[in-house]
Every structure is written in structure tokens, then in C-alpha cells.
Design a protein around this ligand. Structure first.
Ligand SMILES: Cc1ncc(COP(=O)(O)O)c(C=O)c1O
Length: 460
């Protein structure tokens, strides 16, 4: 066999069996393209001398890689790199969220740096140590019993939701809940569903993907316009009564009653998205709509704003007549991590959840106040929505001098993230402007981020 003079740099791991280390090094050189198809490898003897290995080790490694298809050995000629097409790496796939701006005022996420790591870890440790063996089997597709039981109490206490454990279903966040509910409604013959206009386009897409026709229904400072809803011939509607997204309106009490009346008269269903109901700064949080119409409202809550979207935990309170259908539709897809559910149970039980929300409420209120006073100073041409709740504020452009695209271009250039009412919400209902989230920057970065945002707006 002709010896090749190939100079290949193979970095062998310092520990572990030599044969494995050589295999790993050759495999990675082929995968990365450093050893191209058809390249002849040194003979086993030469390779053994080069690397200070025994010849039998190199022969065994070559044989293994030959069997795996990385190398091909032809009788009487050198061992060569076989045809190898690298599978696409994860990095080749576009990131669905794109790169995050340095100073991120897009709505949607709480301050990740404030996640209570130590206390959460304590809960995870406690439940992992203390849970019975049965907890390590498949999760109950309705949600873990202890979690549903504690949620029933928590939701009644903090959100005036009327629910017992049997009504609660645990899922992977609001997005999962909405997808399942949409499929279930479709299955029950609902074809058209009302959505607030404006709203989050990704939720509209989710409903459409399940086969529903979405019908935009106008929203004003009192929340969804129930008269328009009545005229829209839909079998269900999705609403954000505590804090309309993105306008910030709270659904007034007369409209709440009218909405539930509409659903009862029409045998329609209301999906209540209670995404940030815990955050109210002027008074106690407004109770959930579900308390008024538990027979017609599918309530959905989430840990995404109150704790973190990373645990992917959300909960639905489902009227009895829908439960069997929902189970049929979700089947085994609704299962979420038992450990996380038990950890959040423990976290709530010990008062850590309430403590965290209380602490964050103080911080977010401070941020909301700082944002409002800064905007009033540097951009008086922005008309701000109600600031008494939530983690974002709607800011409409109240001047003809500027348009949304110009401002977005300027903020992009400064790596200041903004979410345009028209551009990103794909609606003209609220006119040009932004949904400005103030929760994403870390606590220590917030003042700098605010300065950068102010700088962009002041320069326009
Ligand atoms: C209007 C609205 N609803 C619900 C959610 C929560 O979604 P999830 O529980 O899927 O994280 C968000 C998060 O950004 C939201 O903005």
C-alpha cells in the first residue's frame, strides 16, 4: 500500500481509550470538511508512528470508520475518505426569534435576570428528592393532581377564577392552550372565531393553522366592542380582558356582562387570555372574566410573565361540557414535565411565587414610571396608553412629522428593539406607534437601555 504524505492535524483527546480518541478526531475532521472526500489517509503504520499509537489501534479505528461509512478501504490501495455530506447543523436553521437587540423594548418577556434561581432550585431539589417513584412515569395528560389542586386555590385567591381541580388542564403555555382549544372548537363545528384588533399576529396564525377563520373585532379604550362582536357571526372569541394586548384597555364591567350574555345567547365560547393579570399597579388586579361566566369562558393563564416563559407552563380552566372533547383532541400531546409542575406547586405553596410577583410588581412599576416620564420629556409626540398595568405600554405616534418605519429604522440602527403597531402587529386599527415592553432588559441594564431609547427618539 502506497504511503501518503498527508499532513493531517489530528487532535486526540488526552484521556480515554486511544482508539476512541482517534475515531472521534477523524470523524470530526471529515464532518467539518478538513478531510475532503477522496483524501487518502496515511497507512496504519505511518499513522501509528505519527501519533505514537500501536498499529493495531489505528487498524481497529480505520475498520470502525469504514463500517460507519466515513472511510472506504479498497484492496491494495490507500484508505480514503468516503463520500460524506454533512447534515445541516442547527446553526444553519434560522432562529425563529432572530437576534435580540442590545436594548430590547419589545414586549413579551419578563426580566430573565430576575428569575429567582436559588428559590426555584430549592423547589426542584425538594420535589425531586421527595416525589414518589410514580412521579417519574408519564405525566397525567390533564396535569399533575397536586399542581391542579394548588392552581385552583391560587386562581380563586388572586384572579377570582371559579375552578376546582377537575376543571384545570395544564399545558405548555398559552400558545399550546390556544392551539388545542382551536382544534377542539374546529372539531365541534366552529368555523369562525373573533379576535381583538389589534392583537398578536402569532396567535392569529395559530388559530388559522387549526383551520379557523379569524374575524377581527374592534377594540377601544373600554376593551373589545361587544356590539361589533354580536354582528360578526362567530362561534367563539379570544379576549384579553384584564389588559388588552396591545392597547392596555381593561374590559369594563358592563361589557363583561354583555360579553358573557352574548356567549350564553349564542352558545358561543370565550377564550380569556389572562397573560399578565398579576401586574396591576394602581389597585388590586381586576378579577378574571371567567368568574362571571364559568359555563362559557375557557380561562387561560401562564407562568410566562409572572415567572418565566422557559418553564413552558400554562393552565386552562375548562367548562365541563368541553372537557371530553378537549381530551380527545389533545390526547397525549398535552403532557408537560411533572418535575416542573411539582416544582411550581412547591414554589406556590411556600409563598415564593407570590413573593416573586410582589417584588417584580414593584420593579416593573418603577420601570413603567421611568419610561413614561422619559417619553413625555423626549418624545411628547407619542400618546401613551393607560399605564396602570402589565409589562408594556402602547405609544401612538401623534404627529404627522414622523412615521413608524422611520422610527423603526432609527431604532434598529441603534440596536434598540421596538415593536411597531402596524409593522409587527399587521394591523392599522391602532394607527402608527409601538407596543413598548419595559420588562426585558435586566434590572442593572434598564437605565442604559432607557437612555439609548431616549437618544433615538430625541434625535428624530
Ligand atoms: C397577549 C399575550 N398572550 C399570551 C402570552 C403568553 O404566551 P405563552 O404562555 O405561550 O408564553 C403572551 C406572551 O408574550 C402575550 O403577549
Amino acid at each position: 500500500m502506497a504511503d501518503t504524505q498527508l499532513d493531517i492535524q489530528l487532535e486526540l483527546a488526552a484521556d480515554g481509550p486511544r482508539r476512541t480518541a482517534l475515531e472521534v478526531a477523524i470523524r470530526s475532521a471529515i464532518r467539518s470538511g478538513r478531510l475532503a472526500e477522496g483524501t487518502a489517509l496515511p497507512s496504519s503504520r505511518a499513522m501509528a508512528v505519527d501519533l505514537g499509537l500501536s498499529r493495531s489501534t489505528v487498524v481497529a479505528a480505520y475498520e470502525q470508520l469504514n463500517a460507519e461509512g466515513y472511510l472506504r478501504a479498497e484492496h491494495g490501495s490507500a484508505t480514503r475518505v468516503a463520500r460524506f455530506r454533512a447534515p445541516p447543523t442547527v446553526d444553519d436553521e434560522p432562529d425563529p426569534f432572530g437576534p435580540a437587540p442590545l436594548h430590547d423594548f419589545r414586549p413579551g418577556e419578563p426580566d430573565a435576570s430576575s428569575f429567582p434561581r436559588t428559590r426555584w432550585l430549592r423547589s426542584v431539589k425538594r420535589v425531586t428528592n421527595g416525589a414518589p417513584d410514580s412521579a417519574f412515569g408519564y405525566p397525567d395528560p390533564r396535569g399533575v393532581a397536586e399542581f391542579r389542586s394548588i392552581l385552583a386555590g391560587y386562581l380563586g385567591r388572586t384572579r377570582s377564577v371559579e375552578a376546582d381541580q377537575g376543571a384545570i388542564r395544564v399545558v405548555g403555555g398559552y400558545a399550546a392552550a390556544l392551539g388545542f382549544v382551536a382544534e377542539m372548537l374546529r372539531h365541534r363545528g366552529v368555523e369562525r372565531i373573533g379576535v381583538e384588533d389589534p392583537t398578536l399576529p402569532m396567535h392569529v396564525q395559530l388559530l388559522r393553522a387549526a383551520g379557523l377563520r379569524t374575524v377581527p373585532v374592534a377594540v377601544d379604550e373600554g376593551g373589545i366592542d361587544v356590539d361589533r362582536l354580536r354582528a360578526s357571526d362567530v362561534g367563539a372569541v379570544v379576549v384579553t380582558p384584564a389588559h388588552q394586548y396591545p392597547t392596555g384597555a381593561t374590559l369594563g364591567s358592563e361589557r363583561r356582562t354583555a360579553l358573557v350574555d352574548w356567549a350564553r345567547e349564542r352558545n358561543a365560547w370565550i377564550i380569556e387570555d389572562d397573560y399578565d393579570g398579576e401586574y396591576r399597579y394602581d389597585r388590586r388586579p381586576v378579577g378574571a372574566l371567567q368568574g362571571l361566566g364559568p359555563d362559557r369562558v375557557i380561562y387561560v393563564g401562564t407562568a410566562s410573565k409572572s415567572l418565566t416563559p422557559a418553564v413552558r407552563l400554562g393552565w386552562m380552566v375548562v367548562p365541563e361540557p368541553l372537557r371530553a372533547d378537549l381530551m380527545r383532541v389533545t390526547n397525549l400531546r398535552s403532557m408537560v414535565s411533572t418535575i416542573d409542575q411539582l416544582a411550581l406547586t412547591d414554589f406556590i405553596e411556600r409563598g415564593d411565587f407570590d413573593r416573586h410577583v410582589r417584588q417584580m410588581r414593584v420593579r416593573y412599576r418603577r420601570r413603567s414610571d421611568a419610561l413614561r416620564s422619559t417619553l413625555a420629556e423626549v418624545a411628547p409626540w407619542l400618546a401613551l396608553g393607560d399605564g396602570a398595568a402589565g409589562l408594556h405600554v402602547m405609544a401612538r405616534i401623534a404627529t404627522d412629522r414622523l412615521d413608524e418605519t422611520t422610527i423603526l429604522t432609527a431604532s434598529d440602527a441603534a440596536s434598540v428593539g421596538l415593536f411597531g403597531l402596524m409593522t409587527h402587529h399587521r394591523s392599522t386599527a391602532a394607527g402608527p406607534g409601538f407596543s413598548i415592553g419595559f420588562s426585558r432588559p435586566s434590572e442593572h441594564h434598564f437605565p442604559t437601555a432607557l437612555e439609548r431609547l431616549a437618544g433615538v427618539l430625541a434625535a428624530l
